[in-house]
Design a protein around this ligand. Structure first.
Ligand code: NAI
Ligand code: MG
Length: 493
């Protein structure tokens, strides 16, 4: 292993420890289907140990540390992170198969997330509240306590940054449970927290199976909050499991984003965004524009352009910097994607290109699938309603604004949307009518630390990033102080 990180221990209470309940097992490289590294995974008792360490840190050194010192530590960590982008990208790509050019680009931004949240750590003041002269009233903000961060396999380090940045800035401590398919990069992250000098227990990393380690984290009475990214059905399980302990939850649950191309758009630019978004991360990201809504006058042109551009996508070994698109991150996801190709065909959608597993030399053992385009899709087909999480674009024709909006809003999801038009009035009208947490106009998937990210409807609860991204990690306390010290006797007469 060239990166110098070790993955065969859990990171609990500032120490690298062997699992009590779990063990060490190989992590699979989805480009080869073969093990590439040995990774520790924990069970219930390992989670209990991590929560105990996080609780002790929360009640001890972390709570006593002035917020500017907390901020300084986070900045130190962010600077260290920035020096490790190449190594982290290599680890993440080995685990989830994301083309390394994409991993590097994404991971190259993460230090900014940590820096941005660090800059807020010592500015989390409250308000003074206008009252009558007999009292002074003010609010202060306090960390909720131990946070369980449960992350998915498509973007492990990004999800970690979005959760740990605000949690640590708010003064919480964290147990991070990465997805079982892609645990290595989160353990690499633990190395950097250790090296930056975080007090033991502030950050703990315990890979493990969702229904075992994840479930224990959710039901643990000392976990105040779960920050989760993943599937909607898992979120419902978590909500029920956390009910007895009234655990706070925020959920980022994916989507089926409409990417709307009006006929008056700058079509070349729109196609760059729409095709890029269809096949980025091999289709495995929640905000991708997996539904391409195209106004009739340019429909044939757009379908043809998708076919032509699919042929230019270089699918290959993800660590090769020339590769555009790697494999699906694991075998189950490959099977899921291929099953949706069959579903789309059976529903009568027109398969324009792709749709098959790639079996050419060098790729046949990996989970590679062709960039895929369905045209003639109608809004009620399953391939237009359900999250596939593969490189499958569903092109849906429409006539006019009203139909575009009605199709855009016709799925249970509401995470993101994009629209392309040269008409400024239309841009604002349509953006306002779309049910989504985020709308991009004449751009797509522009995502930064400062802009709130999250969904409505089945796409989840709460926001990550932005000032709003801190709210789920904080409680407000209201203090009311009498200026007179007098209190009328209610039983005097
Ligand atoms: P998942 O929701 O099962 O996994 C996400 C995380 O939740 C993992 O860390 C997993 O270990 C954990 N988890 C699973 N069961 C748990 C439980 N009972 N208690 C606590 N934690 C638990 O998602 P999965 O099955 O890996 O992917 C299935 C589909 O979900 C994908 O095909 C995609 O459509 C969607 N998805 C959406 C993501 C997003 O970015 N919003 C990310 C990952 C998946
Ligand atoms: Mg699952």
């Amino acid at each position: 292993m060239s990166t110098g990180f070790r993955f065969d221990r859990l990171f609990i209470g500032g120490a690298w420890v062997a699992p009590i309940d779990g063990g060490v097992r190989p992590s699979i490289d989805p480009a080869t289907g073969q093990p590439w590294g040995d990774v520790a995974y924990g069970g219930a008792r390992d989670i209990d140990a991590a929560v105990a360490a996080a609780k002790a840190a929360f009640e001890g050194p972390w709570r006593r540390m002035p917020p500017w010192e907390r901020a300084a530590l986070l900045r130190k960590f962010a600077d260290l992170y920035a020096t490790q982008v190449g190594a982290l990208a290599e680890v993440e790509t080995r685990d989830n198969g994301r083309a390394v050019r994409e991993s590097r680009g994404d991971i190259g931004l993460h230090a900014q997330y940590y820096h941005w949240f660090a800059s807020l750590a010592d500015k989390l003041g409250g308000r003074t509240i206008p009252m009558d002269d007999s009292v002074h009233a003010f609010t202060t903000r306090h960390p909720v306590g131990v946070v369980g961060a449960i992350t998915p396999w498509n973007v492990p380090l990004m999800a970690a940054a979005w959760k740990l940045g605000p949690a640590l800035a708010a003064g919480c401590t964290v147990v991070l449970k990465p997805a079982e398919q892609t645990p290595a990069s989160s353990l690499a992250l633990a190395h950097l927290f250790e090296e930056a000098g975080f007090p033991p227990g502030v950050v703990n990393v315990v890979p493990g199976d969702g229904p075992v380690a994840g479930a224990r984290l959710v039901e643990h009475p000392d976990v105040a909050k779960i920050s989760f990214t993943g599937e909607g059905t898992t979120a419902k399980t978590i909500l029920k499991a956390g009910a007895d302990t009234l655990t706070r939850c925020t959920f980022e649950l994916g989507g089926k984003a409409p990417h709307i191309l009006f006929a008056d758009a700058d079509l070349d630019q729109a196609l760059n965004a729409a095709t890029g978004s269809a096949w980025a991360l091999c289709g495995q990201s929640c905000a991708l524009g997996s539904r391409v809504l195209v106004e009739r006058p340019v429909y044939d042109k757009v379908v043809e352009a998708f076919r032509a551009r699919a042929a230019r996508v270089r699918v290959g070994i993800p660590l090769d910097p020339a590769t555009h698109m790697g494999p699906q991150a694991h075998q189950q996801q490959l099977e899921k994607t291929l099953s949706y190709v069959s579903i789309g065909r059976a529903e009568g959608a027109e398969l324009i290109t792709g749709g098959a597993r790639i079996d050419r030399d060098g790729l046949a053992d990996g989970y590679f699938v062709e960039p895929t385009v369905f045209a003639g899709v109608s809004a009620n087909m399953r391939i237009a309603q359900e999250e596939i999480f593969g490189p499958v674009a569903a092109i849906i024709p429409f006539d006019g604004e009203d139909e575009a909006v009605s199709i855009a809003n016709s799925t249970p999801y509401g995470l993101a949307a994009g629209l392309w038009t040269r008409d400024t009035g239309r841009a604002h009208r349509v953006a306002a009518r779309i049910e989504a947490g985020m709308v991009w106009v004449n751009t797509y998937r522009y995502i930064r630390w400062s802009t709130p990210y999250g969904g409505v409807k089945a796409s989840g609860w709460g926001r990550e990033n932005g000032i709003e991204g801190l709210d789920p990690f904080l409680e407000t306390k209201t203090t009311i102080v009498s200026t007179t010290g007098t209190f009328a006797d209610p039983f005097a007469n």
